[in-house]
Design a protein around this ligand. Structure first.
Ligand SMILES: Nc1nc2c(c(=O)[nH]1)N=C([C@H](O)[C@H](O)COP(=O)(O)OP(=O)(O)OP(=O)(O)O)CN2
Ligand SMILES: [Zn+2]
Length: 140
């Protein structure tokens, strides 16, 4: 029997929305207050959903302890209390939560104990973003 499992992780981080493709004025117009040179912070929540067969011996899709260990090493140790703009993954892309969601998805593709379905990232109480990888064009 196949089942889905979701787990939430939390980390604070700062960022500044800024594009090297725009001049200073265009950056101010497009990103508004989020282009403030001093940056600002969020308490991000990342929800990861994986799926797989429920192992009859353990009753689990995968062990949460294994997912937590993977998240600690590959997500939290990298993103917790950092300025996102300083990370290699945002060297050439804007630190929006769309791009953060894609990076988080890419990271959890490396978790091999279950199949990655999607990631959901909450930036504020009002903003959340989802990424589920590339959609098979056959389904569009
Ligand atoms: N398409 C996107 N638009 C915006 C993003 C984003 O990631 N993708 N991010 C931001 C900000 O980083 C910003 O900090 C959010 O600002 P704002 O919308 O003002 O925040 P909220 O009103 O939801 O919450 P507050 O707690 O009042 O800041 C902007 N746009
Ligand atoms: Zn922000």
């Amino acid at each position: 029997m196949k089942a889905h499992l979701s787990r939430r992780y939390h980390f604070p981080a700062s960022h500044r929305l800024h594009s090297d493709a725009f001049d200073a004025e265009r950056n101010r117009v497009v990103f508004g207050k989020c282009n403030n040179p001093h940056g600002h912070g969020h308490n991000y929540t990342v929800q990861v959903t994986v799926s797989g067969e429920v192992d009859p011996a353990t009753g689990m899709v995968c062990n949460l302890a294994d997912l937590d260990a993977f998240a600690q090493t590959n997500l939290l140790d990298r993103f917790d209390h950092v300025n996102l703009n300083t990370l290699e993954c945002f060297r050439e892309s804007v630190s929006t939560t769309e791009n953060l969601s894609i990076e988080v998805y890419r990271i959890f593709c490396g978790f091999t104990a279950a199949h990655l379905e999607r990631v959901h990232v909450e930036e504020t109480n009002n903003n959340s973003f989802d990424y589920a990888g590339n959609v098979d064009p056959g389904f569009i």
